[in-house]
Design a protein around this ligand. Structure first.
Ligand code: NAG
Ligand code: NAG
Ligand code: NAG
Ligand code: NAG
Length: 364
């Protein structure tokens, strides 16, 4: 009897120790996962991407990610429906790569942009290159037109996702990926919306020093904890409780995405961060805030004084002050493009080769 009870005691004790150990391990695991998924939303995981960037993380890491069912905005092998992968390889140097977020239907606007301020031959010997980023549409005519547009200009990148407002994050990630894979010889990357206008004469003359910066974003900067997260389900900008639960403002510095200058060295790091940052549809915050927050030492610098969001104000400034106008960035869409371009080139000489003479670059 005595022997039996001490035997039972031994069993119980052993069980207790085992259970305690298991409990501690589980807690540890849970903590680990919860820091890892601090601000994640739900669904499947990009195994391939993780393997490429974290080759040491064997199945265990991937399994863990799968268990958390996190949805990421793009996989490593997501197809491009239209690609121009050799575009940048044709050149030794690219002074600036402009990536334009545009939608399939904006044919005329793109045409005007190519003719006016996005025409590289105007800035020779500077080499400006442009890619237009689009998703898919159910409109067959538009899809066909897009293909022939690309045949003519070779500057469209189309991803396999529906081109919609809530999919803009995918578009930005596609841009980061495309540059990482195909255009690391760009001296600087400039993300723009297709209703933006950048005075590239001014950029090459006065802002070339920006190309020397590393881990750098130059934009209309938004400070942490200043921008409200909209929680009313009726709003177009409604953000679900899943994301930053309990917070009412965005916790990281970010940029409004209208125009953002990004140092090229930062692009692969941002793309890598995509594989741990969960999908979040507010693209400005995701692309220029959440991803940079996962890369060390990113500097956001504000160009507020060199920006106007008002087309008439920008136009007036150029008409009156010519190249002394302070604006580097302003809006212009469709018919406004031609007017703005004419105001910007009004006091510039054009050579017989089509380029406008620029002031000597500032020495940096
Ligand atoms: C760009 O400008 C050059 C020189 O003015 C012109 O020949 C060319 O057609 C323009 N390209 C586009 C796409 O308009
Ligand atoms: C489809 O695209 C074409 C070309 O942009 C456009 O003219 C047409 O209105 C679109 N159709 C629909 C149903 O939106
Ligand atoms: C985003 O794109 C995916 C893939 O094409 C599609 O399934 C989804 O419906 C799109 N989301 C929105 C909100 O359009
Ligand atoms: C515009 O940017 C330049 C270069 O950074 C700066 O010197 C200038 O002060 C800015 N202008 C305004 C109005 O902020």
């Amino acid at each position: 009897m005595h022997r039996r009870s001490s035997y039972l005691k031994f069993i119980c004790l052993t069980c207790l120790v085992i259970f305690t150990l298991m409990f501690l391990t589980m807690q540890n695991e849970k903590n680990h996962i919860s820091t890892f998924i601090e601000d994640m939303v739900v669904e499947d995981a990009p195994m391939e991407g993780l393997r490429k960037f974290y080759p040491d993380s064997q199945t265990s890491t991937s399994d863990r990610v799968i268990k958390t069912k996190t949805r990421y905005p793009a996989g490593m092998h997501a197809p491009f429906l239209i690609n121009n992968r050799n575009m940048c390889r044709k050149y030794e140097k690219i002074s600036a790569l402009v990536m334009v977020h545009t939608s399939v239907g904006n044919f005329w606007r793109r045409k005007e942009m190519r003719r006016t301020w996005l025409n590289s031959s105007h800035y020779s010997p500077e080499n400006l290159q442009v890619i237009f980023l689009v998703g898919t549409t159910s409109n067959k005519t538009a899809t066909k037109l897009l293909k022939s547009e690309n045949k003519k200009y070779h500057d469209i990148i189309q991803g396999d996702f529906v081109d919609s407002y809530r999919n803009l994050t995918n578009k930005g990630v596609m841009g980061y990926r495309w540059i990482t894979e195909n255009c690391m010889n760009a001296e600087i990357v400039i993300k723009i919306d297709d209703d933006a206008f950048v005075n590239f004469f001014k950029f090459f003359e006065d802002f070339s020093f920006l190309k020397q910066r590393k881990r750098f974003m130059f934009c209309n900067k938004i400070n942490p904890n200043s921008m409200p997260i909209i929680r009313q389900p009726s709003s177009k900008w409604f953000v679900s409780e899943w994301f930053y639960k309990g917070r009412d403002t965005y916790p990281h510095t970010y940029c409004s995405g209208f125009v953002v200058f990004i140092s090229t060295d930062l692009i692969p790091a941002l793309y890598q961060a995509v594989f741990t940052a969960p999908f979040f549809w507010v693209d400005d915050f995701y692309l220029f805030g959440l991803l940079p927050s996962r890369v060390k030492n990113v500097i956001h610098e504000n160009f507020r004084g060199n920006l106007t969001f008002m087309h008439p104000e920008g136009l007036k400034c150029y008409k009156e002050l010519k190249r002394k106008c302070k604006y580097l960035v302003m809006p212009a869409r469709d018919k406004e493009l031609d007017v703005m371009w004419k105001a910007v080139i009004a006091d510039r000489q054009q050579s017989i080769y089509g380029n406008y003479y620029m002031r000597e670059r500032s020495i940096y």
